[in-house]
Design a protein around this ligand. Structure first.
Ligand SMILES: Nc1ncnc2c1ncn2[C@@H]1O[C@H](COP(=O)(O)OP(=O)(O)OP(=O)(O)O)[C@@H](O)[C@H]1O
Ligand SMILES: [Mg+2]
Length: 469
């Protein structure tokens, strides 16, 4: 798009010369002979820059500048000053003029200054667009993701957030269940009310009950005062039942009642109290299995499972990893005053090939630790817990410059890691007896040896002294 400039000056010779100069340099240019005319033209069209004289009849340059600052704050203004009015030019800068130039103008200087202000504006605009796009595409609340499955979840959740529907969030530890619950709350009509977290696993049975529902004075030993429970406290807001799979059976019955009747009863109390809360529950347990074994009430399960959302583990959305790394570098950059700016390709490859049992939380901790221990501006290596990687090195996929894993590399990694895990598991269970393992795997021994070599597996770790393969 060709930038449009408005020249405002009562000096006809200057207007004509500048108009011609700027047109010659590819700009679209209009001219006004005074402040009033400029205001009218600004009101009618869109200008990328105003070039205004300071001393004019009627509305002078300063007044025009002030008007533009309030009416069109995005439009930059550059002042043209005659000799002897430098102090007014300085005043104009203080009032928000972008720059000033003295008359008679040096053409090159004028062109450079104009180009600078327009370039800067353009960059600001691009940055803003980019930021908006990132915000929209990669975020829901403070959850960062570019993964398609996650974005689908964001879309679904955005719709359900506004309603009062009960949401059940499932996912491994550290996948962002609590973050999602918060985002739902803060995207709902209840956002100005409380978001109450109840960690169901953290309390003993009696305490949990009185924590949830409150108690009357003297209802049990130690209940010296009346206590208002979290459900009552959260009235009008959202209750987040974290680790719902850890609620003991007899409390499940009471929870069911809250969900069904929308009322609670304090421990030791004798009348129901109505509560208006939205329920979001989360667990990393398999509730269906628990239901089958009788550890989780079926009726409660169906009450909670109105709108289930399953957060995929990090290893199933590795395309999020570079974005999350970037996010955590920024989030925790303050630990070293922002000195650490990037992650080396080698370190990124290590991150990409880890299996992330602790998911995003584990990644966040790894990055935090790396920021603290890095001396330069680049994280060269990361410390990953070996607990889950067994006795083999995971495959390091080659990444593209932008940090993506090409499809072929991804498949290679999946096959490599799966095979080596399988092999390690076999060796562990059969104490490194290669003959037996080969038979069970229905391959010959040579194949096993070749794979051990390929995967860097040390067979001696699985053998007891004196064993032979
Ligand atoms: N998509 C994400 N974007 C940014 N940060 C994330 C994301 N997912 C998780 N996190 C970070 O990881 C940490 C763990 O997230 P959260 O506590 O929500 O996980 P969780 O699923 O509730 O885990 P757990 O089951 O162990 O309680 C949070 O502190 C948050 O900073
Ligand atoms: Mg949690």
């Amino acid at each position: 798009m060709i930038p449009t400039i408005l020249i405002v000056d009562d000096d006809k010779a200057f207007r004509i010369a500048t108009l011609a100069l700027l047109k010659d340099h590819g700009y679209q240019v209009h001219a006004a002979t005074n402040g009033q005319e400029a205001q009218r033209m600004l009101g009618e069209g869109r200008y990328d820059l105003v070039l205004s004289d300071l001393v004019m009849e009627g509305i002078n340059g300063i007044e025009l500048l002030q008007w533009i600052k309030t009416e069109l704050p995005e439009t930059p203004v550059m002042m043209i000053t005659g000799f002897g009015s430098i102090h007014t030019a300085v005043e104009a800068m203080r009032l928000g003029a972008y720059d000033y130039i003295t008359k008679p103008c040096d053409n090159d200087e004028l062109l450079i200054k104009i180009k600078r202000v327009l370039d800067e504006r353009q960059k600001e605009r691009e940055l803003r667009h980019l930021r908006d796009a990132i915000e929209e595409k990669y975020r829901f609340g403070s959850i960062v993701s570019r993964n398609e499955r996650m974005k689908k979840i964001f879309r679904l959740v955005q719709q359900v957030a506004e309603t009062d529907v009960t949401v059940l969030i499932l996912g491994e530890t550290g996948t962002g269940k609590e973050m999602l619950a918060k985002a739902i709350h803060f995207n709902s009509a209840r956002k100005t009310k409380s978001f109450m977290v109840i960690t169901c696993s953290a309390l003993s049975e009696t305490l949990l009950e009185s924590e949830l529902f409150g108690h009357e004075k003297g209802s049990f030993t130690g209940a010296q005062k009346q206590r208002i429970g979290k459900f009552e406290d959260a009235h009008g807001g959202t209750v987040f039942l974290d680790e719902i799979g850890d609620v003991p059976l007899h409390l499940q019955t009471k929870l069911l009642r809250v969900l069904q009747e929308k009322e609670i009863e304090r421990v030791g109390g004798n009348h129901p109290i109505p509560v208006d809360v939205r329920i979001i529950a989360a667990t990393n347990k398999n509730l269906t299995e628990m239901m089958k074994s009788g550890a989780f009430r079926e009726d409660l399960y169906y009450r909670l499972n109105v709108f289930p959302i399953e957060l995929p583990p990090l290893r199933e959305r590795l395309d999020d990893l570079p974005l999350l790394v970037e996010h955590f570098l920024q989030k925790h950059g303050t630990l070293t005053n922002g000195a650490v700016k990037r992650v080396s390709p080698a370190a990124m490859a290590m991150l990409m090939s880890h299996d992330w049992r602790g998911n995003v939380r584990e990644l966040e901790n790894v990055i935090k630790r790396a920021i603290i221990t890095t001396t330069g501006d680049t994280i060269q290596s990361v410390q990953l817990s070996g607990a889950h990687t067994g006795n083999f090195k995971p495959y390091m996929p080659k990444t593209t410059e932008s940090g993506e894993i090409p499809f072929k590399e991804y498949i290679k990694k999946v096959v490599f890691d799966a095979e080596s895990k399988y092999l390690v598991d076999m060796l562990e269970r059969h104490e490194g007896n290669i003959k037996m393992v080969a038979e069970l795997m229905e391959v010959d021994r040579k194949t096993i040896y070749r794979k051990l070599e390929e995967y860097g597996i040390d067979i001696s770790k699985y053998r007891h002294a004196g064993d032979a393969g």
